[in-house]
Design a protein around this ligand. Structure first.
Ligand code: C2E
Ligand code: CA
Ligand code: CA
Length: 571
């Protein structure tokens, strides 16, 4: 039999197509299997042969065993799934996400996969052929685990804790129970580390993590390794504080009875901070308050337990109502920008101001930003607020210019979320142009903690901002853990030393030394120094003597409405 030329060319083309497809499938990272209804393998690519440990030339033979796939806790055989796919009379491909393939190899566990089956058959449903695709999710799973687990101890980390907490909080009102967080920090750990070295101290952490894992399994709670040597336990359903104290003491007892690592005995102690929902704070603040409790516990020395109590401020407002209301506050004109004078040290003259937002609430009166700024950050509305503050400040600048006031440099607080938002820098540029205000009159303050959270992204944006001609200040300096290396490359013009650093400057020699070192450090890096929270003449005198450049605090003035601030600079 002879083909005519056209037919022959067509057949050749088909063969080439199939060879090419096979090659592509061979290279693919997805497993591909074509089987007949009689379980005869028509084709299996390399990945699939690996999955089933099949020899290279397998086509034409029956599958020796029927692979099992776990779908939501239930094991099913592949042929059963193919039948299921066939019985679905639609054109869509039968899809199962997040399944598991039973591994034939002892050395590895089940393989996480997404499964796709497409079965085709002749009209009378004879000679059915199924195409089976399996996408190996091992790498994805590993990536996720890396993101959500602590590198050293493999315990779930803070990111995972945050997700779990949201889930627990959603359920808590159903059970009418409380939720407790315990923050556990092994005391004096850096000393221990310097004594026994990095490797052994890591072993202690791993050992301790194992213990906590066992303990929490027994007590129906969850353990996380948040960072460095701080662990967190979440007890999602507690009746009373006694239960929590009991667990805390149990942990402390375990640590005291010694650990033996490489023949060295350790009697360890731990400080434990506890926060309980709803007694210690809202869902938004519970974690932070737990950390605060831990730092209180540590202040009392080794091996203490401290339970966080709500501050007056926190118990005054119903958080959820405020959360709803704050989003309408811009439209309702309830926000107002206040200005707190910043004075130049050498002549104690007002040369600048910090813009501080105020919320005039119709029932509660003034609500401090510490209460609502975190709420706006959670919901993303902080971006709208930031734009509002900037436009208010620019309008004010324009008015001062028109009425021939001296130039006043205004600092605006910026949250990390704003900085990370697409178009933030563009918006600043656009507003500056629109209001025709010199960029030298605007400064942006970012807190030390925020700037460090996402270094690389913050860095790029800050450089872009700086290019516009505005200045950058590193706010609340001294409250975070900025390394010298980081500070050196941080694109700030101004270092703003936090109030907490200067509170005890008159009677604590240690604090005096630290402040002087900070000022010198800033100056060496070419930055100007602002000290905030100055409440007395003595403090001001001391800081002037130490060489700070600018000062801000109640001693000079509280934050004022624009009109009153204007009176101050009129002279
Ligand atoms: P911050 O940036 O550290 O602002 C300084 C805070 O210290 C202000 O509180 C100010 O009133 C207060 N303060 C100034 N001098 C003294 C003093 O001598 N003694 C004492 N005890 N306190 C002093 P305020 O206005 O309540 O603001 C609190 C925080 O809210 C600010 O801390 C800032 O992080 C945030 N915030 C305020 N306005 C805005 C805003 O427009 N945008 C954003 N993102 N955050 C803002
Ligand atoms: Ca500030
Ligand atoms: Ca500050």
């Amino acid at each position: 039999m002879f083909f005519n030329r056209k037919e022959k060319k067509h057949k050749v083309q088909q063969r080439v197509d199939i060879e090419l497809l096979k090659k592509a499938f061979e290279l693919s990272n997805d497993a591909v299997l074509v089987v007949s209804d009689e379980a005869e393998v028509l084709y299996a690519n390399k990945k699939m042969r690996d999955f089933f440990s099949l020899p290279e030339k397998y086509t034409g033979k029956k599958l020796e065993y029927m692979p099992k796939i776990k779908i939501q806790k239930e094991w099913k055989k592949l042929d059963a799934l193919i039948d299921e796919a066939a019985s679905k009379k639609s054109d869509q491909i039968f899809t199962v996400r997040h399944a598991e393939l039973e591994s034939k190899r002892r050395d590895r566990g089940n393989i996480p996969i997404d499964l796709y089956i497409d079965r085709t058959a002749s009209e009378d449903d004879k000679d059915g052929v199924a195409m089976v695709f399996m996408q190996d999710l091992t790498q994805q799973k590993e990536c996720r685990e890396m993101l959500y687990r602590h590198k050293l101890t493999k315990l779930p980390n803070q990111l995972q804790a945050q997700e779990d907490l949201n889930r627990f909080f959603a359920q808590i009102h159903l059970h009418n129970k409380k939720l407790a967080l315990l923050f556990i920090d092994i005391d004096n750990f850096s000393e221990i580390r310097s004594l026994v070295g990095g490797e052994r101290s890591e072993q202690i952490l791993i050992h301790f993590a194992e213990y906590l894992k066992q303990l929490t399994k027994e007590s129906k709670s969850y353990v996380y390794h948040t960072f460095s040597n701080i662990f967190m336990i979440c007890m999602p359903k507690v009746e009373s504080l006694d239960e929590v104290h009991y667990l805390a003491r149990q942990i402390q007892r375990e640590l005291r009875s010694f650990y033996k690592i490489s023949n060295i005995h350790f009697h360890l102690t731990a400080s434990i901070g506890i926060s309980i929902y709803p007694d210690s704070g809202s869902t938004l603040t519970l974690m932070d308050n737990g950390f605060k409790a831990l730092s209180e516990a540590q202040k009392s020395g080794f091996g203490h337990i401290y339970v966080y109590k709500k501050t007056e401020l926190e118990s005054k407002y119903d958080e959820l109502t405020l959360f709803n209301e704050v989003h309408h506050a811009i439209d309702n004109g309830e926000f107002e920008v206040y200005y707190q004078p910043i004075v130049r040290a050498k002549d104690v003259e007002v040369v600048g101001a910090e813009a501080l937002i105020r919320w005039k609430h119709k029932i509660h009166g003034y609500i401090p930003p510490d209460v609502f700024v975190p709420m706006l950050e959670k919901s993303g509305f902080i971006i709208d607020l930031g734009r509002y503050v900037l436009s208010e400040v620019l309008k004010q600048q324009k008015r001062w210019e028109l009425f021939k006031f001296k130039p006043i440099e205004v600092s605006i607080n910026m949250s990390l979320l704003e900085l990370e938002t697409e178009g933030f820098v563009e918006n600043v540029a656009q507003q500056l142009a629109e209001h025709q205000v010199a960029p030298e009159l605007i400064k942006f303050e970012i807190t030390e903690g925020a700037a460090m959270q996402n270094e690389s992204k913050a860095d790029a944006q800050l450089h872009a901002l700086k290019k516009l001609g505005v200045s950058i200040a590193l706010d609340d300096f001294g409250t975070g853990y900025t390394s010298f290396a980081y500070l050196k490359k941080f694109p700030a013009n101004i270092l703003k030393i936090d109030k907490s650093m200067v509170d005890h400057i008159l009677d604590q020699q240690e604090d005096q030394r630290i402040i002087r070192a900070m000022i010198e450090l800033g100056h060496n890096l070419g930055m100007k120094i602002v000290v905030e929270g100055i409440e007395s003449l003595e403090m001001a005198d001391r800081l002037i003597a130490y060489g700070c450049d600018y000062m801000q605090g109640y001693y000079f003035s509280r934050p004022l409405p624009a009109f009153e601030f204007q009176e101050m600079i009129r002279r």
